[in-house]
Design a protein around this ligand. Structure first.
Ligand code: ATP
Ligand code: MG
Length: 403
């Protein structure tokens, strides 16, 4: 591909195209995210919305610097809602003969004089007053292409490449499409509170839910001095990595040490993790309500560890009234690892810093907790827990990520 010839991208979106009367909301959100992303790289940009299509025009700018094809594409591949990114030539309607020439010139600069393989011309007319119909345009250009390039052949069934020609207010020519991340524009589907640990799973869970248009806040429970500054920094770093996709995140850091110590002191050790997880959920839910979130998001996967057996999950879930979204619930670890590699969190997630869960862990945690039993043992905290919770909320340190 010859990147030099492009200064416009056609942005294709799928699901948001079918939202009826609300469609403009999704398109506007997508345009806003594209605009915001482009502000972070050199160049000057115009996002243009036409019926069913969004175009991004890129210009060099004296003050803001020259735009760079790869940097633009890199940004666009992080914006949920985009299905394909097509570098496109935009030209005026100067008659059929000029259009044939332009298509041939385009193909030559993309694939060279000796271009080979099979192709098909796909024409769309958004403007019905064009003198030829789509079939006629395609046949006309197809013939010119075969005349110009001896090594290419038409294949109407399964061509190697499509030469797309769209006749609208202007004429658009393109043949390459780069995959976008898919999904829906962030913020079009409310906000969730992600329980973000330093592990592999929760960043992936946040990414997945955000891909469905949900924006994120996050909460991390740390336990100084049992957990270090480095462990906390790791979580901040993970939040930064996913914020390239999810947009800005308010990360709440809650000091959980005293609650953990109280549980450790008063409750049976084989139930520590479950009881601790129940308090995490309670605190996360409190923060969710305070910050306008519709529910919680965790990286839990059924059966992965003792605290994630079906029975344990039910027991953890019981303390919440808000819905808890667990996008990884039926994923194998390897599948989660693959996503974390793809989105760039894996290397950070495997850094070996201690987590609050690993420090107060029992040798033989319960795998089939009984809810009444857990409730009974939790009552041992009755004297102290209200005060400890109030103190924990006071420690809330909000780190603004990706703003
Ligand atoms: P992860 O890889 O996401 O840490 P995990 O396999 O280590 O998950 P657990 O430690 O049982 O599993 O945690 C289950 C879920 O609880 C996590 O995915 C995360 O959503 C939440 N969680 C666990 N520890 C913390 C923490 N310290 N702060 C915030 N959330 C946490
Ligand atoms: Mg963990």
């Amino acid at each position: 591909m010859n990147k030099e010839i492009f200064n416009t991208f056609l942005i294709k979106y799928a699901e948001i195209g079918i939202k009826g009367n609300n469609r403009y909301l999704f398109e506007d959100a997508l345009c806003a995210h594209i605009g915001a992303a482009m502000k972070t790289i050199p160049g000057r940009y115009i996002t243009r919305k036409t019926p069913g299509r969004i175009f991004l025009e890129c210009y060099n700018d004296e003050k803001k610097g020259d735009f760079d094809f790869d940097k633009v594409v890199e940004k666009l591949t992080h914006i949920f809602g985009i299905v394909y990114i097509c570098p496109v030539i935009v030209t005026e309607d100067e008659g059929e003969e000029r259009l044939r020439e332009k298509c041939v010139d385009y193909w030559r600069s993309m694939y060279g004089e000796n271009a080979s393989g099979t192709f098909k011309v796909a024409c769309r007319r958004g403007r019905k007053n064009y003198p030829l119909n789509s079939m006629e345009v395609a046949a006309d250009i197809g013939e010119a292409m075969i005349d110009a390039f001896p090594n290419i052949k038409v294949d109407v069934r399964k061509p190697d490449k499509f030469l797309n020609v769209e006749i609208r207010d202007k004429i658009y020519i393109y043949s390459e499409s780069i995959d976008g991340p898919g999904g829906m524009p962030v913020g079009t589907n409310g906000k969730g509170m992600l329980l973000l640990s330093g592990g592999i799973d929760s960043p992936v869970a946040g990414y997945m839910i955000s891909k469905r248009g949900v924006s994120l806040d996050a909460v991390y429970f740390n336990a100084p001095p049992y957990t270090s500054e480095r462990a906390k920094q790791k979580v901040i770093d993970l939040a930064k990595i996913i914020s390239a996709y999810t947009g800005p995140i308010n990360l709440h850091i809650i000091n959980f040490t005293d609650i953990q110590l109280a549980i450790y002191e008063k409750c049976p050790h084989d139930e520590l993790t479950i009881i601790m997880r129940r308090y995490m959920m309670r605190i996360a839910e409190h923060l969710a309500y305070e910050n306008g979130c519709h529910g919680l998001i965790t990286g839990e996967s059924v059966g992965q560890v003792a605290s994630q057996t079906f029975a344990s999950l039910v027991c953890t879930n019981e303390v919440c009234t808000l819905p808890v979204l667990r996008p990884l619930i039926a994923f194998d670890k390897q599948d989660i690892v693959e996503i974390s590699e793809k989105i760039g969190t894996y290397e950070t997630s495997i850094l070996p810093y201690e987590d609050c869960c690993t420090i107060f862990v029992a040798k033989h945690p319960v795998t089939n907790p009984s809810r009444p039993v857990i409730q009974k043992h939790e009552h041992k905290l009755d004297d102290v827990i209200e005060e400890l919770l109030a103190k924990a909320y006071e420690t809330d340190e909000i780190v603004e990520i990706g703003k």
